[in-house]
Design a binder for this molecule. Structure first.
Ligand code: PSU
Ligand code: MN
Length: 307
């Protein structure tokens, strides 16, 4: 297919995919637009290390020099982390960035898209985008949700932040037929906290069962992604009410400054970090590490039954 000329997969990852070995996709927007430099460099290296320690091969994605990159070398990772002139690329931006050779970081939506092209079925992130609060007026709904509806990739994330309307986000996913599965939990996590007050469709007992559900869904030809909601480890969990206050403060600031569109999410993330004096950032790192670990375990089990 003609998309292959745009794909640039490292030899190691290409070989692993060919042999049916476990590979875990990782996004770059979390690096370029979700975290400050140089902390994001350490984070990027740690996440890749955790994936390897748990038996899978990391595949960080980005758009560089007209190519959809699957797997970044040190230099390319640094480019994403320094984030000088690095756009935030969602589905609608992909063709423009490729054709005009602009460099960009991939969101959850774009990472899913690239992962599917490369035949990678498991992707670890921090949290997904969703239906924003006030979407009834603004119609601000992340393209991540449409991608989950259509693209065959399992996304492991710590739910979503309550910068979003979590209830509406879950309704949207239900409408689109996206399974929302809790990893060893009955509760949909709210990123910084283990519980959001909303439930999941099913409580996954282990990686093996997760892999079985993924395989069954796609065997049936039921197109689309699966959201695997993996709560932050208890010891790093923050107080829900305290985070609500912080988030409300950030939302108010965004409103006052008239922040709109694709700037909204990065603006809110940066301000939450600022208001909590970095405390939320430590939790952010830990939940993302935990997602990488669980995603790798799932990728290992999925590889076993997909041979
Ligand atoms: N939510 C987070 N951290 C993030 C993002 C979302 O808690 O880094 C990033 C992800 O890359 C996600 C994107 O795909 O923001 C969603 O942006 P938007 O809401 O503009 O679709
Ligand atoms: Mn948006």
């Amino acid at each position: 297919m003609s998309f292959k000329k745009y794909l640039s997969i490292t030899d190691e990852i290409a070989e692993a995919i060919k042999k049916g070995k476990p590979v875990v996709a990782l996004e770059s927007t979390i690096l370029s637009h979700g975290m400050p430099y140089p902390e994001n460099v350490e984070f990027a290296n740690n996440v890749e290390k955790i994936v390897r320690e748990n038996g899978a091969i990391p595949a960080t994605t980005a758009i560089i020099n007209g190519k959809l990159k699957v797997g970044l070398n040190k230099e390319e990772l640094l480019l994403m982390c320094k984030a000088d002139n690095i756009g935030k690329v969602s589905r609608r931006d992909v063709a423009t960035y490729l054709a005009t050779k602009q460099n960009g970081a991939t969101t959850v939506a774009t990472t899913m898209l690239i992962a599917e092209m490369a035949k990678i079925r498991v992707f670890a992130t921090g949290g997904i985008g969703g239906v924003h609060r006030g979407a009834q007026q603004t119609m601000d709904i992340s393209a991540d949700l449409q991608e989950l509806a259509h693209t065959n990739v399992a996304v492991i994330g710590a739910g979503c932040k309550s910068i979003l309307d979590i209830g509406l986000t879950l309704e949207y996913l239900e409408t689109m037929g996206v399974p929302v599965l809790g990893y060893k939990t009955d509760d949909f996590p709210a990123f910084y906290t283990t519980k959001s007050g909303f439930g999941v469709d099913y409580n996954l007992p282990d990686a093996k069962t997760t892999a079985k559900i993924m395989k069954t869904k796609w065997d049936l030809g039921l197109k689309g992604g699966i959201l695997i909601a993996n709560p932050i480890p208890e010891q790093y969990s923050l107080d829900f009410d305290e985070m609500e206050m912080v988030i409300n403060q950030a939302l108010k600031l965004a409103d006052e400054k008239g922040i709109k569109g694709k700037e909204t999410t990065p603006f809110l993330l940066a301000n939450i970090k600022e208001i909590t004096k970095g405390q939320s950032f430590a939790s952010n790192l830990q939940l993302a590490y935990n997602n990488a670990k669980v995603a790798s375990e799932i990728a290992v089990e999925f590889a076993k039954i997909s041979k």
